[in-house]
Design a protein around this ligand. Structure first.
Ligand code: UD1
Length: 426
């Protein structure tokens, strides 16, 4: 357990430039895909965050060696000799199940502990299984472990996903690259991280087209024709969106660098609707604001809709807007836990099932608060930056899962912020 807290003093403006790290949600899957390369894959722009360390541990347990030099990972999967990912790792990080597809692709079998429930909803894996079963994978559950076998090998198939699940699309994609013949994934997730994964798989010798759209097509190739590659992770659109919210809250101007603005079209649209000026270039976005924040309605949807991973940050903006905003969460159940912490700082939020009615207030007050999940934690720190007085944010282990040097980057933008040892309980 992380024994530190972030202490932040409010009423500071965030301005200047910040370099955005590589996308967590991409790098994790690229690491899993390295299993198919059967040699040394080199990944650049990998963020220094704890989720990446857990995925490195997952790969090491399978027999891979993982070396890090700053933001570059060298993953040698030549000697992977186990197909088993234990519960102790899957329970630490649900994304561990993304080794399922590549393990099946490489060995025709896998044993991966079933992920349990999770704080932000039930998060089932039924669609992962339906997609893989269509390719000929057979599943049994033995004492909480999902056992995958392919008694007749894998054959390409046409699958229509019930919902564009990111994880299900990725697992199916990574298995299908070595299935015999043609696979089509309809209603596939369109997130930029899936396109990044497909680009890497193609650099390894796979034949994937259409990634980034809702129809992904794969021509299977023999495992022997896949090889390791060198790949650079795309920028993290959620980290970028989080800093943009910081700029919008305090006025900026704040520029995020190392991010394709096309990844954040919907968030940029909402920032403008809230009264912000937003300028974009090839790999940067600048936000500034002089007018008061306007209220806005937001509903989270799969990409290119508004990302659920920016919902908490935008709820914070709405909490300080001039009127009433309605935020609707359509992707995950139970993702409004953040609202309770924000209310402790003076926000006026009413929850009604998957809607949050947010009535703007003039100011927030600093308070001790707890990160309830990764994005909520990041948003609470931003809340502290605009609140009166001092805020202490606890349970930093959530923030550390996905934000590289969050406090350091905010300090470089002008925040009065420090990480200190948590006071010992009395
Ligand atoms: C990924 C991201 C997460 C992001 C989410 C949605 C990673 C590591 N995490 O999570 O940050 O918030 O996409 O953009 O990349 N579902 C089912 N059955 C399934 C699969 C999903 O019911 O088999 C449901 C989930 O419970 C959830 C919804 O579908 O309600 C979306 O899940 P999914 O798109 O799969 O998200 P993840 O891949 O888990």
């Amino acid at each position: 357990m992380n024994q530190e807290v972030i202490i932040v003093r409010g009423n500071h403006t965030l301005e200047g430039d910040v370099q955005i790290s590589g996308a967590k949600n991409s790098a994790l899957k690229l690491m899993a895909a390295s299993i198919l390369g059967q040699g040394e894959t080199v990944l650049h722009n990998v963020p220094l965050i704890s989720d990446i360390e857990i995925m490195a541990e997952v790969l090491e347990r399978l027999g891979a060696t993982v070396k890090r030099e700053e933001h570059t990972l060298r993953i040698d999967t030549a000697n992977v000799n186990s197909c088993e990912t234990p519960y102790e790792l899957v329970s630490k990080m649900r994304a561990s199940i993304s080794v399922l597809g590549p393990l099946i692709g490489r060995f025709g079998e896998a044993r991966v502990a079933m992920p349990g429930g999770c704080q932000i909803g039930a998060r089932k894996i039924d669609m992962h299984l339906v997609g893989l079963e269509a390719l000929g994978v057979h599943f049994d559950v033995d004492h909480g472990v999902l056992e995958a076998t392919t008694p007749q090998g894998m054959k390409g198939a046409h699958v229509y996903l019930e919902f564009p699940s990111v994880g299900a699309t990725e697992n199916m994609l990574m298995a299908a690259v070595t299935a015999e013949g043609h696979t089509a994934i309809e209603n596939a997730a369109c997130e930029p991280e899936i396109e990044d994964l497909a680009n890497m798989l193609n650099a390894m010798g796979a034949k994937v087209s259409g990634a980034g759209t809702s129809l992904i097509e794969i021509e299977g190739v023999p495992l022997s024709s896949l090889h390791p590659c060198e790949h650079t992770t795309v920028g993290d659109r959620i980290e970028a969106g989080t800093f943009l919210v910081g700029g919008a809250l305090t006025g900026g101007p704040l520029t995020v660098r190392g991010i394709d603005p096309a990844f954040l079209r919907m968030a940029i649209m909402k920032l403008r609707a809230m009264g912000c000026e937003v300028q974009t270039g090839k790999d940067w976005i600048t936000v500034s604001r002089e007018a008061p924040l306007c209220s806005v309605d937001i509903q989270t949807l799969p990409h290119p809709g508004f990302p659920t991973d920016l919902q908490a940050q935008f709820m914070l903006l709405a909490a300080l807007a001039d009127d009433v905003s309605v935020i609707t969460e359509n992707v995950f159940e139970n993702r409004f836990m953040f609202a309770a912490e924000l209310m402790r700082m003076g926000a006026d939020v009413t929850l009604d099932d998957h809607h949050a009615i947010v009535r703007g207030v003039d100011h927030l007050q600093g308070a001790p608060v707890s990160s309830t999940d990764l994005r909520a934690g990041a948003a609470l720190v931003l809340a502290g930056i605009v609140a009166d007085g001092e805020t202490s944010v606890h349970h930093l282990e959530h923030i550390d899962r996905g934000y590289e040097d969050y406090a350091g980057k905010l300090a470089s933008l002008g925040a009065d912020i420090r990480r200190v040892a948590a006071p010992s309980p009395r």
